[in-house]
Design a protein around this ligand. Structure first.
Ligand code: PEP
Length: 251
């Protein structure tokens, strides 16, 4: 039985005091609950250090939203895996569709980042997903297959235990239109089978595959009840402690 993982991607929201406020509300609320899932928050870089102090000895784990694959050097504006580790991050979101579409990240860049994260002791939340045009053309499986195989080049079977895959159809991100539980389940089964072909069925069986894309308190339970949906990567609805808590409680 796979334990579900609910992660919050704050994107470019919340300054330092807003971050402190949200984390305090969340950790207080979680203290009162018996949670049946793991909870990860991914605030912006500027709040990570403070966030690490606030989540210490709580049920909340800390992740970042991106990193660069080089160790150090003349890469203005970039953040390394070691820097994330040094402020207490355990996870890092990689290959988010906003990174791919707005900032031009390719599958091969995402692969370099995944390998660097793993060798640095960070756990990647590896995002994949098709655009609306690709879904309408009927090439969803082809697209996620390319993203998975290229993104996981030279990743070992043992390292797969550290990776969370997040299936996030681009047309569902921030649009309020979530994939139906059946649409998501279908792709999750496809991805799990693919992981089985590459790494073996034992790895596939253990693989955490989250769904992301307009997960809200009112649709979370239906999505999370699907056999192959092992959690959620939540954007908009994680910015409010009550709505994030209500998604966590729907597990
Ligand atoms: C995301 O950014 O990963 C996401 C799923 O956003 P939203 O929940 O707002 O669609």
């Amino acid at each position: 039985m796979r334990r579900k993982v609910i992660a919050g991607n704050w994107k470019m929201h919340k300054d330092l005091s807003e971050s402190q406020n949200l984390i305090s509300k969340l950790t207080n609320a979680l203290n009162k609950e018996e949670t049946k899932c793991d909870v990860i928050i991914c605030p912006p870089f500027t709040s990570l250090s403070e966030a690490a102090a606030l989540v210490k000895n709580t049920k909340v784990k800390l992740g970042a939203q991106n990193m660069y694959f080089e160790d150090k050097g003349a890469f203005t504006g970039e953040i390394s895996a070691a820097m994330l580790k040094s402020v207490g991050c355990e996870y890092v979101i990689l290959g988010h569709s906003e990174r791919r579409t707005i900032f031009g990240e390719s599958d091969s860049t995402v692969n370099k980042k995944i390998k660097k994260a793993l060798s640095s002791g960070l756990r990647p939340i590896f995002c994949i997903g098709e655009s609306l045009v690709e879904r309408e053309k009927g090439i969803t499986n082809e697209v996620v297959k390319r993203q998975v195989t290229e993104g996981l080049q030279q990743v070992s079977k043992g390292e797969m235990e550290k990776i969370i895959i997040a299936y996030e159809p681009i047309w569902a991100i921030g649009t309020g239109v979530n994939a139906t539980p059946q649409q998501a389940q279908e792709v999750h089964v496809f991805v799990r089978n693919l992981i089985g072909e590459i790494f073996g069925s034992d790895t596939a069986e253990k693989q955490i595959i989250q769904y992301g894309g307009s997960v809200k308190p009112d649709n979370a339970a239906d999505l999370l009840s699907q056999t192959d949906i092992d959690g959620a990567l939540v954007g908009g609805a994680c910015l409010d402690a009550d709505s994030f808590m209500s998604i966590i409680k729907s597990v």
